[in-house]
Design a protein around this ligand. Structure first.
Ligand code: HEM
Length: 154
């Protein structure tokens, strides 16, 4: 039930939305797979895939030791490429492989030990450091202001 051209780059915001058993997209090796119709016939059951709807399943898929038949099956569900530009906000379940910027097609997956995975973790938090910088700027402004007032009095 492909809805898009197979080379269409699909943003993670949209991928995230397809996370139910009636509408389930997952990402494997940077490729977006519409597995909705496969969920009910998956030998490993519906939940293992459905629970990760909208997320990257590369690591989970590999950890099971799926066969090349399973890999070929997965390829048949490809509807596009996950946008590498946007980091996935959070992990939904399992810890997945680290972020990478290169794309490894599914076909190459069986022969490589370092497949591409899209961003799977939230962007590193800079909120704490920017807060500290703001406090420092405030302190500097107060000190400068204080000395300016003192200088004006002299
Ligand atoms: C599009 C993604 C997936 C496809 C096409 C797929 C396909 C298959 C296929 C064909 C099998 C039969 C054994 C084999 O040929 O390797 C299988 C078994 C299994 N799969 Fe998946 N799978 C997918 C994703 C997942 C994910 C994300 C999980 C979760 C960890 C998972 C868990 C399992 C388990 C536990 C079995 C073993 C079932 C058993 O032997 O009783 N699969 N899968």
């Amino acid at each position: 039930m492909a809805r898009k051209g197979t080379d269409t780059v699909i943003p993670w915001e949209e991928i995230r939305r397809h996370n139910t058993d009636r509408n389930c997209w997952v990402v494997m090796y940077g490729e977006v797979l519409d597995v909705t119709d496969f969920l009910s016939v998956h030998p490993g059951g519906l939940d293992p895939i459905c629970d990760q709807g909208g997320y990257d399943i590369t690591s989970s898929f590999e950890s099971i030791g799926h066969s090349s038949v399973a890999l070929e099956k997965a390829r048949s569900f490809k509807i596009g490429l996950a946008s590498p530009a946007m980091a996935a906000p959070t992990q939904k379940t399992r810890s997945l492989v680290p972020e990478s910027t290169t794309t490894t097609p599914l076909g190459a997956a069986a022969s490589t030990t370092s497949p591409q995975s899209p961003p799977t973790t939230a962007p590193t938090t800079t909120a704490g450091s920017s807060f500290t910088i703001n406090i420092l700027l405030l302190v500097v402004a107060i000190v400068v202001g204080y000395y300016a007032i003192m200088a004006a009095r002299i």
